[in-house]
Design a protein around this ligand. Structure first.
Ligand SMILES: NC(=O)c1ccc[n+]([C@@H]2O[C@H](COP(=O)([O-])OP(=O)(O)OC[C@H]3O[C@@H](n4cnc5c(N)ncnc54)[C@H](O)[C@@H]3O)[C@@H](O)[C@H]2O)c1
Length: 355
């Protein structure tokens, strides 16, 4: 499969892993010459360009979009129109209108759209999903997800202080896809309404909490941004409380953060004994090599993209949940502007078969 990559920071990481999972990265693009120089060194043989439109003519099977967070949809639509499969980083879109046009473009195209949401495929989330699908927690009532970085104030400022960079110009609710995508995958529900709150009114851009009503009736609480106490599982922590049990990734340091604690009270067990145990997710290998925990999601994502392109397998995270997760951040920004008032999230559930 001939693949191109747009944006060569996260994109370079994805390009390197793409080659390791057997994708042929033939072309890449960045407007920054320094990024292109680094790509030249790390991706021998790749054709480099400074404009993404040049990739439209390179007979690609697929493209990986890792350009600015708030600029993915127009590129995705252009490649889909050319019949090129798209793997797009977060976010999928920045408005309801853009989301609808993106869904239309996917439905019109012979090619597919996959959301590059490695957080759904991280070890702790995969194990939680197995626990939920086995029926151990029962009906989900409350689900929480964190995506948090515990950084020094000057480091945070260097990251989000420049309004010319996407990290500085996006709303503090926008980068919610790494929490909302696991929430939607674990519950199988859709976001209906969101209220957003800044964590600290004295520092309103750093961190937000969102409270999201889901279509099946459960409540999701998500926290993201910059707060002390970052989880060692790639900044992600997820907790699910159901009608029969609770399952959550361990709030502990190092490797334990990838493990999942399952607690079932005595009233739910045959022998009336409370069960409280920690389970370690299975490891992942690529050929003879083990894959480090934080890269497992990326490897599975890229293998999934390859299977979609080569064998027509369904996208791991298709366009509708990608758009829905992204629009929670958009509606959340409106809620912030309106004194944390609940705001509706547009319905992107679509025909049941599209999941
Ligand atoms: N899933 C993950 O774990 C993860 C991790 C990091 C970043 N990301 C996502 O990847 C995307 C990029 O993030 P980043 O940290 O690499 O950002 P970044 O700003 O550090 O890098 C983006 C690169 O894309 C280039 N670029 C932007 N627009 C371009 C265009 N139109 N044409 C050519 N080059 C262009 C920029 O010059 C820059 O080098 C974002 O959507 C981000 O959310 C995801």
């Amino acid at each position: 499969m001939r693949v191109g990559v747009v944006g060569l920071r996260m994109g370079l990481h994805l390009a390197s892993w793409s080659r390791r999972v057997g994708l042929d990265v033939v072309a890449a693009c960045d407007r920054d010459p320094e990024r292109r120089a680094e790509a030249q060194a790390r991706l021998p043989g790749v054709v480099l360009t400074d404009h993404w439109r040049d990739l439209l003519d390179r007979r690609l099977d697929g493209v990986i979009l890792a350009n600015d967070f708030d600029a993915h949809a127009p590129l995705a639509m252009a490649f889909l129109e050319r019949g090129v499969h798209v793997l797009s980083e977060s976010a999928a879109c920045v408005s309801e209108n853009e989301g609808r046009r993106l869904v239309d473009a996917v439905e019109r195209s012979d090619a597919t759209y996959s959301f590059a949401e490695n957080y759904v495929l991280h070890p702790h989330v995969r194990l939680l999903r197995r626990v939920v699908e086995a029926g151990e927690v029962g009906r989900i009532s409350l689900i929480e997800a964190d995506y948090l970085h515990g950084m020094a104030p000057e480091t945070v400022d260097a990251l989000i202080g420049d309004p010319a960079h996407w990290r500085g110009r996006i709303a503090p609710t926008a980068y919610c896809t790494h929490t909302l995508s696991p929430v939607l995958a674990l519950t199988g529900e859709w976001p209906v309404e969101v209220s957003a709150f800044v964590a600290d009114e004295a520092d309103p851009r750093s961190a937000v909490v969102m409270v999201v009503r889901l279509s099946g009736g459960a409540l999701a609480v998500t926290r993201h941004g910059f707060l002390q106490g970052e989880p060692d599982s790639h900044w992600s922590w997820v907790s699910v409380r159901g009608s029969r049990a609770m399952a959550e990734s361990v709030r502990g340091p190092g490797e334990r953060a990838w493990s999942v604690r399952v607690r079932s009270e005595g009233w739910t067990t045959a022998d009336r004994r409370t069960r409280d145990e920690e389970r370690v997710p299975p490891t992942l290998a690529l050929g003879h090599d083990g894959v480090e925990r934080s890269a497992e999601g990326t490897v599975l994502l890229l293998q999934g993209f390859r299977a979609t392109m080569e064998r027509g397998e369904p996208a791991l995270i298709p366009v509708r949940p990608a758009v829905a997760a992204s629009l929670v951040g958009v509606a959340g920004a409106r809620s912030l502007r309106n004194g944390s008032r609940p705001e509706p999230v547009p319905d992107f559930a679509g025909p049941a078969a599209e999941g």
